[in-house]
Write a protein that binds this ligand. Structure first.
Ligand SMILES: Nc1nc2c([nH]c(=O)n2[C@@H]2O[C@H](COP(=O)(O)OP(=O)(O)OP(=O)(O)O)[C@@H](O)[C@H]2O)c(=O)[nH]1
Length: 354
């Protein structure tokens, strides 16, 4: 039988959550010894959860043993949990963000600095480096870590545009959302528009999103997708079915673009996590547009996040006030239309007033 290990993993930030979301923070990574499983690759520090230990206690113990880092439970927040099967071993990585580490871990700490090589090393002699988010791509990690790195790059909020047959209304809506929210990506969903109108609108929005430090995810048939004006593609059930992607094993877009899929149950999750980077799980609550759909509730959402090895967003009647609940139930963040976008009537009224 394959060996199974439950691992507590810490993504250690040198500063507070506000600085992390503003992109002004560094992350500590360590190199695994050659003789270890996945040896020679970089990792986020951590180790096995011992019998009867909580994840937080295990992580605090491992970080103390490996780095001399004394972390406070108040500075820890769940990031993602990843069940992953290597050919020789199955792991459950329980990954937590650990903030304010430099308050406890001095980079010039004599114990952690190898003066001979002028390098930072851990207590077990493992090389350590503080890196920016954008530098993570330059290091080679075990396969299970792709989802951790994705979770670090993905935002806490995804605003989905409200459908309209008037592209100008959608454009104003999105601009408004970007004005009112930071750290948010836009998914352009506009089933009432034809291909030409959709493409023209998406091209305009791509510039607007990038100017605001956001990203634009297209939600349209695969054939409409234009790599040069998009950061990624979201495949609804209908669009993935129409393109034969509901059973696919191959990504339909390049690896450096984001791919998300709709997910309503564990069967859809299995299909999605073969090719997508993240899923939008719905409906968490009953909504006015889908009153007949059976709501998952937060506990049903957790059934899915527990099985997911990619980040999961909560969609369907979820409000901003539930952001922390979403994280506690294993979610990456919140996706929605109404919770971020002003509705069409207000936009029309505002446009008429100005
Ligand atoms: N700490 C840590 N482990 C990871 C990461 N990614 C990942 O796949 N793992 C896997 O999770 C397991 C961690 O177990 P561990 O560190 O306690 O044990 P080990 O096998 O490395 O060595 P050991 O048995 O000698 O202690 C390893 O199989 C490792 O390959 C990561 O980012 N950090």
């Amino acid at each position: 039988m394959k060996k199974f290990v439950h691992v507590a993993v810490g993504v250690i930030f040198d500063s507070a959550p506000e600085n992390v979301s503003a992109g002004k923070s560094k992350i500590l990574i360590a190199k695994r010894a050659d003789h270890q499983h996945q040896g020679g690759l970089w990792e986020f520090p951590g180790g096995k959860v011992e019998l009867g230990e909580s994840i937080q206690v295990a992580l605090q113990r491992e970080l103390e043993e490996e780095l001399g880092l004394q972390s406070s439970a108040d500075d820890m927040q769940p990031l993602i949990s990843i069940p992953f099967h290597y050919p020789d071993k199955s792991v459950l990585l329980d990954v937590w963000a650990v903030y304010n580490a430099t308050e406890f871990l001095k980079t010039d700490d004599i114990e952690l600095f190898d003066f001979k090589d002028s390098k930072l090393v851990g207590k077990e002699g493992q090389p350590l480096v503080w890196v920016e988010h954008s530098e993570l791509a330059n290091y080679e990690f075990p396969a299970a870590n792709k989802a951790i790195i994705d979770a670090l790059l993905l935002p806490p909020k995804i605003a989905i545009s409200q459908d309209s047959n008037n592209p100008d209304i959608i454009l104003s809506q999105v601009a408004n959302t970007l004005k009112n929210h930071s750290n948010i990506w836009i998914q352009l969903r506009a089933p009432s528009l034809g291909q030409l109108q959709y493409t023209q609108l998406a091209m305009k929005l791509y510039g607007i999103c990038h100017e605001a430090g956001s990203k634009l995810i297209w939600n349209c048939p695969l054939e409409w997708y234009q790599v040069a004006f998009a950061d990624g593609l979201h495949l609804s059930n209908k669009n993935s079915l129409n393109s034969g992607l509901d059973t696919a094993n191959e990504r339909p877009i390049p690896a450096n673009q984001w791919l998300s899929m709709a997910c309503h149950n564990l069967t859809e999750l299995e299909v999605a996590q073969n090719i997508a980077d993240y899923v939008l799980v719905s409906p968490v609550h009953e909504t006015t547009t889908h009153p007949q759909a059976n709501a998952l509730t937060w506990s049903g959402f957790k059934v899915i996040t527990d099985q997911a090895r990619i980040p999961c967003y909560a969609l369907g009647g979820v409000t901003m006030s539930e952001s922390q609940t979403c994280i506690q139930f294993g979610g990456q963040g919140i996706a929605g239309i109404r919770c971020f976008m002003a509705d069409e009537k207000n936009i029309t009224r505002k446009n008429n007033e100005s």
